[in-house]
Design a binder for this molecule. Structure first.
Ligand SMILES: [Zn+2]
Length: 303
């Protein structure tokens, strides 16, 4: 139970206490140990296919990129390196390919994350999530004026003198839960998923709701099952585009499934024996880097 989920536990010191220091970003850029993590739209710069690695660029190599970038943010420090993220999403696809020819490829982290080292996977997830937020908060939600990136890329401030509202990076909390009834677990599948794939139920938190209440509501909405004894398991950053997955195990308090057909294509109870032999039945568990998979595997290990 002490494994750390994918995209978390990268060991980065975010140096958050330095973000408000005057001239800090420039000083970081002047350090030889500074490296750039580039983000283009929703893609990260990666090299290698079997064991993909993050491409970390020296500041001198991409000085021109920094001058024209939409956003530059200091991510933090790990080991001997200082990391900054830069958003070059204004490039066309053709230009984005040309600029990195020879040293990397723009790849969706979701495709390669499970194959990457944990430290690099979490660094790319952080950069991607932060840049996504910047790209979608270019205008003030209070007065509609343009916002600008401040505090080393961790706040956007409204540029209207009469407003100056600060906007902070947003993360959308979602609960994800394995509901069990003795030796059976409740899994569902959505139409859009790969054929045969079943996973734990999940859903977004609503205003004024506790996480435990969200778990109970979502499970009931999707499956008609009532739950009791909701227990926290672990959490996982899921910046695809902007979620935090908060994982739970819960005990079923009823058994008869009444599936919401608008949300699910199928929903069923599966025994441990069935789940251990899932592939042989033509079915499959969720992807290896997901907290859903970990919720299932940890429950299997308990029986
Ligand atoms: Zn404003």
């Amino acid at each position: 139970m002490n494994r750390i989920n994918f995209y978390a536990g990268g060991g980065l010191d975010r140096l958050a206490h330095l973000r408000t220091e005057e001239g800090w970003v420039e000083r970081v850029l002047g350090e030889p140990r500074a490296h750039i993590v580039a983000v283009w739209q929703t893609r990260s710069l990666v090299i290698g296919s079997e064991q993909p690695r993050a491409v970390l660029l020296s500041v001198d190599a991409v000085r021109g990129w920094l001058d024209e970038a939409r956003v530059l943010a200091v991510l933090g420090e790990s080991g001997e390196r200082l990391h900054l993220a830069v958003d070059v999403s204004h490039w066309s696809e053709e230009e984005a390919q040309r600029r990195v020819a020879g040293f990397g490829e723009w790849i969706d982290l979701r495709r390669v994350g499970p194959l990457m080292g944990r430290e690099e996977g979490s660094l790319l997830a952080y950069a991607r999530g932060l840049m996504w937020w910047h790209a979608r908060h270019r205008f003030c939600g209070v007065c509609g004026s343009p916002t600008e990136s401040v505090e080393a890329g961790h706040v956007r401030r409204c540029t209207a003198p009469g407003c100056k509202a600060s906007h902070f990076p947003r993360t959308d909390p979602a609960v994800i839960m394995l509901v069990h009834d003795e030796d059976r677990a409740l899994l569902g599948r959505q139409k859009v998923w790969a054929p045969g794939m079943y996973s734990t139920l999940a859903g977004f938190l609503e205003p004024g709701e506790s996480l435990e209440e969200t778990v109970a509501r979502e499970v009931f909405e999707e499956s008609g099952i009532r739950v009791a004894d909701v227990r926290y398991h672990s959490s996982q950053p899921w910046p695809f585009p902007s979620s935090l997955m908060i994982g739970f195990h819960a005990t079923a308090a009823s058994r008869e499934i009444r599936m919401a057909e608008s949300e699910l294509e199928d929903c069923a109870w599966f025994s441990r024996a069935e789940l251990r032999d899932f592939g042989a039945q033509g079915e499959m568990l969720p992807r290896a880097d997901s907290i859903a998979r970990r919720l299932i595997e940890d429950w299997l290990a308990q029986g």
